[in-house]
Design a protein around this ligand. Structure first.
Ligand SMILES: *[C@@H]1O[C@H](CO)[C@@H](O)[C@H](O)[C@H]1NC(C)=O
Ligand SMILES: *[C@@H]1O[C@H](CO)[C@@H](O)[C@H](O)[C@H]1NC(C)=O
Ligand SMILES: *[C@@H]1O[C@H](CO)[C@@H](O)[C@H](O)[C@H]1NC(C)=O
Ligand SMILES: *[C@@H]1O[C@H](CO)[C@@H](O)[C@H](O)[C@H]1NC(C)=O
Ligand SMILES: *[C@@H]1O[C@H](CO)[C@@H](O)[C@H](O)[C@H]1NC(C)=O
Ligand SMILES: *[C@@H]1O[C@H](CO)[C@@H](O)[C@H](O)[C@H]1NC(C)=O
Ligand SMILES: CC(=O)N[C@H]1CO[C@H](CO)[C@@H](O)[C@@H]1O
Length: 351
C-alpha cells in the first residue's frame, strides 16, 4: 500500500500582500541596533489569512549580546481568532478581538525567549497583527563566587551601568540555593518594571522572574546561582545569603544606608521563637552610625552582630542596654532579633 501525501501550499493574495508562512526571525537579524518586523512591513498591522497558526519565538542568544523589546499590535477582528503571548517569565495572556490594555511592550533578556502564537479560524475575518522586535545591547556582567564565613554578599547593580546597554547583569554562584533581598534605602524600594531576576546563570536559566513579582517576598533560588538584570541607572542594591543561613530566620531583610538621612526600621517578635534579622550595608563607603534604638517590649533580646547572621558572627552590641548613637567602623553588620519589639535608625558616616 502506497501512501502519497501531497502538500499543497496555497498562497492567498490579500490586498496585495502574500499570505504568511510562519517565517521566524533569522539568527543574522539578531544584532544590536536592528529592528525586525513580523510578519513584514514596517510596524503597521498586517492581515492574517484564515486557518493560520504560527508560534513566533523571540529570543536574544547570549553570543549576540542583545536583549529584545517587543511591541505587539492587536488588529484581531474575528471573534474566534486569538494571539497567545507567553512571556519569558512564563506569564501567559490570550488576546482576543476585544482585548485592550495589552502591555506597551514585552522584554526578552539575554538567553531568554518568549513566544507569540497567532491563530485564526477557517473564515477570514480581516484580522491583523504586527510584532516589532528591537534588539538592543545587553551587557552580561561578572560571575561572582558567593563568599563564605563572615563575609557579606552584596552588590549594587547601578555600578555596572555603562550608558549604552539596555541591560547590565551580575551573576552570583554558590554551592547551595541563594536567598536574595533587595536592600531598601531611604528612598524606599527600587521602582523598575524591566528588571529581572534569573534563577540560574545567564546561559543556564532555570526560571526568569520580574523583579516586581518577587521583591516584596522572600526569594530563594532552586539552582545554586542567581542572575540579576537591571535596565535603570538607579541604586539597585541586593544582599545574598546561602539558604542554609537565611532559612534560620522567619524574617530576613536588608537595608542600605546613605549619609545624612537616617533609615528607620522596626522589628518585632510575632510569636515565641520568631527569629528576625536585618542586614545593614553601606554600599558606598565604610562606616555605619546607629543613631537611635527605641525598645517597646518590657524586655529585649536583640543584638548587632558582625557580618551576615551566621554562627560565625560575633556580637558587636547588645541592643537591650546600648547607648546611642553608636558608630560602627564597618561596611556592614546584621541586627538579630531574638525576642524584642523595637525600632532603630541607621545611616552612613558622612565623608
Ligand atoms: C469582535 O467580534 C465580535 C463578534 O464577531 C464583533 O461583534 C465585534 O465587532 C468584534 N470587535 C472588534 C473590535 O473587531
Ligand atoms: C556560617 O558560615 C560558615 C562559613 O560560610 C558556614 O560553614 C556555616 O554553615 C554557617 N553557619 C550557619 C549556621 O549558617
Ligand atoms: C543547569 O542548571 C540546572 C539547575 O541548577 C543543573 O541541574 C544543570 O546541571 C545545569 N546545566 C548545565 C549545562 O550547567
Ligand atoms: C520574650 O519577651 C517577653 C516580654 O518582652 C517575655 O514575656 C517572654 O517571656 C520572652 N520570651 C522568651 C522566650 O524569653
Ligand atoms: C549554629 O548552627 C547550628 C545549626 O543550625 C545550630 O544548631 C546551633 O544552635 C547554632 N549555634 C549557635 C551558637 O548559634
Ligand atoms: C547589657 O546587658 C547585658 C545582659 O544583660 C550585660 O551582660 C552587659 O554587661 C550590659 N552592658 C552594659 C553596657 O550595661
Ligand atoms: C526614611 C526611611 O525610613 N526610609 C526607608 C527605610 O527602610 C524602610 C525599609 O525597612 C523603608 O520602608 C523606608 O522607606
Amino acid at each position: 500500500m502506497y501512501l502519497t501525501t501531497t502538500v499543497v501550499l496555497i498562497l492567498a493574495i490579500i490586498g496585495g500582500t502574500v499570505a504568511l508562512d510562519c517565517t521566524q526571525i533569522l539568527d543574522s537579524e539578531i544584532r544590536i541596533g536592528n529592528t525586525v518586523f513580523i510578519p513584514g512591513g514596517s510596524g503597521e498591522l498586517q492581515p492574517i489569512p484564515a486557518n493560520f497558526n504560527c508560534v513566533y519565538t523571540i529570543k536574544a542568544p547570549i553570543y549576540t549580546g542583545t536583549a529584545a523589546i517587543v511591541t505587539l499590535k492587536n488588529g484581531l477582528r474575528g471573534v474566534n481568532d486569538y494571539i497567545l503571548v507567553t512571556e519569558q517569565d512564563g506569564h501567559t495572556k490570550t488576546i482576543y478581538n476585544r482585548t485592550t490594555g495589552i502591555p506597551d511592550h514585552y522584554t526578552v533578556i539575554t538567553a531568554a525567549e518568549m513566544t507569540i502564537q497567532v491563530v485564526t479560524r477557517s473564515v477570514f475575518m480581516g484580522s491583523k497583527f504586527s510584532i516589532t522586535v528591537q534588539y538592543q545591547s545587553s551587557n552580561v556582567g561578572p560571575n561572582i563566587q558567593m563568599k563564605t564565613g563572615g563575609d557579606m554578599n552584596f552588590f549594587d547593580l547601578s555600578t555596572l551601568r555603562d550608558g549604552r546597554s539596555l541591560f547590565n547583569s551580575v551573576t552570583f554562584v554558590g554551592t547551595e540555593p541563594i536567598f536574595m533581598s533587595l536592600a531598601i534605602g531611604p528612598n524606599g524600594a527600587l521602582d523598575c518594571w524591566d528588571c529581572f531576576v534569573v534563577d540560574g546563570t545567564v546561559s543556564n536559566q532555570t526560571r526568569v522572574y520580574r523583579l516586581d513579582d518577587i521583591s516584596m517576598r522572600p526569594f530563594v533560588t532552586t539552582s545554586n546561582a542567581i542572575t540579576i538584570f537591571t535596565s535603570v541607572d538607579d541604586f539597585f542594591g541586593v544582599v545574598l545569603n546561602p539558604v542554609s543561613e537565611s532559612s534560620k530566620f522567619q524574617s530576613l531583610y536588608s537595608l542600605a544606608t546613605v549619609p545624612v538621612e537616617d533609615n528607620e526600621s522596626a522589628m518585632r517578635t510575632f510569636y515565641p521563637g520568631f527569629l528576625g534579622a536585618a542586614e545593614v550595608v553601606n554600599f558606598d563607603s565604610t562606616g555605619i552610625i546607629m543613631s537611635r534604638v527605641t525598645i517597646m517590649s518590657p524586655t529585649c533580646e536583640a543584638y548587632v552582630v558582625s557580618g551576615p547572621p551566621n554562627n560565625s558572627s560575633t556580637v558587636l552590641l547588645d541592643l537591650s542596654n546600648a547607648t546611642m548613637p553608636h558608630n560602627f567602623d564597618l561596611k556592614y553588620f546584621s541586627v538579630i532579633n531574638k525576642n524584642c519589639t523595637f525600632e532603630f535608625e541607621v545611616r552612613s558616616y558622612n565623608d
